[in-house]
Design a protein around this ligand. Structure first.
Ligand code: TNX
Length: 555
């Protein structure tokens, strides 16, 4: 381990020499354009490490300097770094995240061409402070020079807030986890059969009825406009785009409970079991359906102004003929476009008229899903007829990524095999609480994997495995579905440490990630997770610092 950073940086030099000492009150200086980035940094450092730094408006004297560079050798050096592949969820410049970071014995300097780049550089500095923290509450930073830029432009997490409602406080905690790992998209899965979580003008029952409850007897809830503003603001300050998803035309049972006039006849959720399956979709033949879709997308576009995309769902439209599904997605996409947004949808939307402006989210990893079907695991979880429906769904899904590629759509990588975080962990936890949680959390349909196995993949290779066609990538997005998640602790337990590994695959160069090195850096960075009060899975494959393991009284 020649650095403690996750994700690993693109370029790193370790010049040697004396360390830079950081003590309470060490000053951070920047111009007015970077004042907010510096304020967020100082705040985050205090919460990661307990160290309180001071923002100094004047650059001359400060120990830690943060600079915007627009010309000169520093700017030229940044401009020569490779450009991120894919698209950004805010339609922004894929070069904006580049930064430089230098630690010398007498100063620290972070530079970038944009405030966003400066923020990413300061995030690396936060991790250096965590790694350099000493028992007396000061820190030492060994000299180093980093030049860094992401491999992919869209690096996200899809969060299911429907099966379990995670309130705004919890979403803010998740944003902090994303930010620490330089992830830049939070995709909120706002609606599903079990709950509707976003207020829509003129359709009050969506939240009053549809928002009441979640999977099983879990409490419901929805975000007020103020909650959404708070989430979007917290995200924006960390250069994270919140992409809203309204899942349709399937997964709409909460809509049907709220407005029976939108429900098809014979619509139902087939259960019981940990993975209930909905049958019945919105009816494209009814005018009220399209009034509903337009009203919903109009409000959602307004509530999430930073997202260039609206996620239209489109997955698992069981009970709907294929041509009706395709034309439904086309019409919903037209509404999104009329609102000035692009469309993103789950991979089934590749069967509609997608084009180069659209993003198709690939999730059904065929090899593993075939194994799941062959193993009979599904029939243990759901009634026999549903297993047949699933088999048919898998067969259709085999060519979705080919279709997306053929039509020139961008592919967002979320294959179940490595990007679905609702998969059980295979190895034991180091602590008794973790073992109890591990037995309960994670969908049993997915074969358990170790953290090491979860880390063992490459985005370009995953795309090449999904299609022989020349496909263009949008980026990388993990997904956490909450059928087995009953609390914020359960949620964080599924996110950490695997999300850190995904963030590394999405940011760092292909050859950067060796497990042995990654696991050492996980152990070092867990000090900040502990300080934050985050719950994580203390895998026995990682040598966590003794104090870090939850419930380890001896330490
Ligand atoms: C499939 S991923 C679903 C979700 C489930 C998930 C469980 C997708 C587009 N649909 O409804 O929660 O599997 O992993």
């Amino acid at each position: 381990m020649n650095h403690p950073l996750i994700p690993a940086p693109l370029r790193l030099g370790t010049p040697g020499g004396a360390a830079f000492p950081v003590t309470p009150g060490t000053t951070v200086a920047c111009g007015p354009e970077l004042a907010e980035a510096a304020r967020v940094f100082v705040n985050d450092v205090a919460r990661d490490t307990g160290l309180s730094l001071t923002v100094e408006p004047t650059a001359a004297v400060a120990a830690i300097r943060v600079e915007l560079v627009t010309d000169g050798p520093d700017a030229a050096e940044l401009a020569a770094l490779p450009k991120a592949d894919g698209v950004r969820a805010d339609d922004g410049d894929p070069t904006a995240e580049r930064y430089g970071l230098e630690v010398q014995s007498t100063y620290v300097r972070v530079w970038a061409a944009t405030a966003e780049g400066a923020h990413r550089g300061l995030t690396s500095l936060r991790q250096l402070l965590t790694a350099g923290l000493r028992p007396d509450g000061t820190a030492e930073l060994p000299p180093l020079r980093v030049l860094d830029a992401p491999r992919y432009a869209w690096r996200g997490l899809s969060l299911d807030v429907a099966r379990t409602f995670h309130d705004a406080d919890q979403v803010v905690r998740v944003l902090d986890i994303l930010s620490l790992h330089k992830l830049n998209v939070l995709h909120l899965h706002l609606t599903d059969d079990q709950g509707w979580r976003v207020p829509i003008t003129g359709w009050p029952a969506l939240t009053e009825v549809g928002g009441d409850g979640a999977l099983g007897d879990r409490p419901g809830g929805w975000y007020s406009v103020e909650d959404i503003d708070r989430i979007v603001t917290h995200a924006r300050q960390r250069f994270i785009t919140v992409v809203p998803e309204i899942d349709m035309p399937g997964h709409c049972q909460a809509v049907f409970r709220s407005y029976p006039e939108l429900a098809p006849t014979g619509s139902a959720v087939v259960g019981p079991g940990p993975m209930p399956i909905p049958i019945g979709t919105l009816d494209p033949e009814r005018d009220i359906t399209w009034r509903f879709v337009r009203d919903v997308l109009t409000d959602v576009a307004r509530l999430f102004p930073g997202s260039a995309y609206l996620h239209l769902g489109g997955d698992e439209a069981f009970g709907m003929p294929d041509d009706a599904h395709a034309s439904f997605v086309d019409r919903a996409r037209d509404i999104a476009l009329s609102l000035g947004r692009r469309a993103v949808g789950w991979q089934e939307t590749a069967r509609s008229a997608v084009g180069p402006e659209d993003v198709v989210q690939y999730w059904i990893e065929a090899t593993e899903m075939r194994q799941v079907l062959d193993s009979g695991a599904l029939t243990q979880l759901m009634p026999e007829p549903m297993a047949a429906v699933f088999t048919e769904m898998m067969a259709k899904a085999e060519h979705d990524v080919d279709r997306a590629a053929g039509k020139g759509a961008r592919v967002l990588l979320s294959p179940t095999s490595h990007l679905y975080l609702d998969r059980p962990y295979a190895e034991p936890a180091a602590d008794a609480d973790g073992e109890t949680r591990r037995a309960r959390v994670g969908l049993p349909v997915y074969p358990p994997k170790t953290v090491e196995q979860s880390y063992d993949w490459d985005p370009d290779r995953a795309l090449a495995a999904a299609t022989a066609a020349e496909a263009t990538i949008a980026g990388v997005e993990a997904a956490v579905w909450c059928e087995t998640v009953t609390s914020g602790e359960d949620l964080e337990f599924l996110l950490l440490p695997r999300l850190a590994g995904i963030a590394e695959r999405a940011w760092s160069p292909a050859d950067a990630g060796k497990w042995d090195d990654h696991r050492s850096r996980l152990a070092v960075q867990s000090a900040a997770w502990r300080c934050r009060g985050w719950t994580w899975f203390a895998s026995t494959l990682v040598d966590w610092p003794a104090h870090a393991v939850t419930g380890d009284e001896a330490a």
